[in-house]
Each structure stands twice: as C-alpha cells, then as structure tokens.
Write a protein that binds this ligand. Sequence first.
Ligand code: PGA
Length: 261
Amino acid sequence: MTHSKYLVVGNWKMFGTYESSATLSRHLASHIKMAESKCEVVICPPFTLLSNVAGNLAGSGIKLGAQNCAETIKAEGAFTGEVSAAMLEDVGCEYVILGHSERRTAMHETNKTVAIKAEAAHSRNLKAIICIGETLDERKSGKVYEVLAAQLRDSIPYTANEENTIIAYEPVWAIGTGESATTEQIREVHEFLRNNMKSFLPNGITEIENKIKILYGGSVKSTNAQDILAIKDVDGALVGSASLNADEFLGIISATKKLQD
Ligand code: PGA
C-alpha cells in the first residue's frame, strides 16, 4: 500500500505577517474537511507566527510544523537567536522541516548539521521532514543518485524510524521556479529511494513495511498535484509558494481525495 495516507505540508518560508497568517490559517481551518480526507495536512509558518497560527488551527485537524530548529538537544541555553526542538513542541508543533536546500545553501547547513537537528527533533517527539535534492549541475552530470544517497546516509540520525522521519525529495532546480520535475523524473527518483531506503537508514534500523513517507517538493500546485501524487512511491507533497494561497493549497489537498476515492 503506497498511498495509504497522503501527507501534504505547506512551507510558508519567510512569508507572512500576523494579520495575513491569521486570515490564511483561519480560512484553511474552516474550509478543510479533514473528516472526508485521508490526507494529513501540516502548515509550517515562520517562528514568529507559530503561536498565533496554532490557535487558529485548533480543532481543525491541521497539524503545525516549523521550518528549522536549533542544532542541540538542549531544551534551552545560551544559544542566541536559536529556537530549540523543545520550544517547538511547547508551542504545539508536531513536525519540523530540516535541511531544506535554501538552508543548505544560504546557511551552509551540512548533512551532519541536519542529522543533529533531526536527533533533537526526535528527542521531543517531533517528526523530522528531512529534505534532499540535487542541483541542476549535479543532474546534468549524472550524479543524481550518488548525491541523494550521500545526503540520506549522512542526514538521517540513528534515532530515526518510520514514524518520526519523513523524506522530502526536492530537486533544487524545481524549487520556486514554477516548473516541477516531470512525472517520469519523479517516478524514477522515488522508486530509487523506496527500493534502497533500507540501506540508507543508520545502525540497522529497518524500514518496517516501507512506511517511511517520501514526499515530492518543487513547484507543486493545484494544476499538477493530481499527476504528481498519482505517481507510485510518492506519499505526499512539500509545497512552497502554492501553500500561501488558500485556494491553491486546498486544491492540492482535494487532489489527494480524488486519488483515494
Ligand atoms: P515551491 O517550494 O513549491 O515554491 O517550489 C517548495 C519548497 O521549497 O519546499
């Protein structure tokens, strides 16, 4: 069963004011019919908006996530500017996106950094959405599988299991460009990840019944969601810009319903 339950995650990145986030989260909360959907929906606003969005989502069934956490398992301490996994748990987060390519590039996050952050997330029962993906140069030079394998091997901590870890395949060249990867490119990579996942998990952790979810991210929108989500081994989507538009995001969520009916 590949498509037992889709996971759709909205990554708001560094967007949103107190006002705009309240409008968007309230709209989503009142329009999402979670009871009818077998899809799990998560919204990841910037840190400053987490508390307010948590209040607006209460009772809607939509889960809260963050976009990063501190590289320490300490709940608190002298780490100016950082937000711990414990603080995310405290504000109501159940998920955290880690190792997004924008952080790997702009903040110089390494696989090791990502693994430490994921371990911190796991220590607070947060589900870590670990992002991987190749650049256009890496794809052109035929290194896709090599790059993805290295990212997975080194970014997944020994605390990972099929419940607390989700992988998001996001080809860097498809993020924020409006052009997603083709369905064939997505199918090939997801098949590779699914078939080899066991060998990427550390310390003999076994992937029970292939349960680790593998999301696709990179220019997912309401118009291509159904085609992408129908691909074997695609268990959901990590959505950037389309998650900032209520109708677009709701359209992506409805696509999962059509596929499950
Ligand atoms: P995009 O972003 O949907 O705007 O391409 C995806 C992501 O960065 O997670």
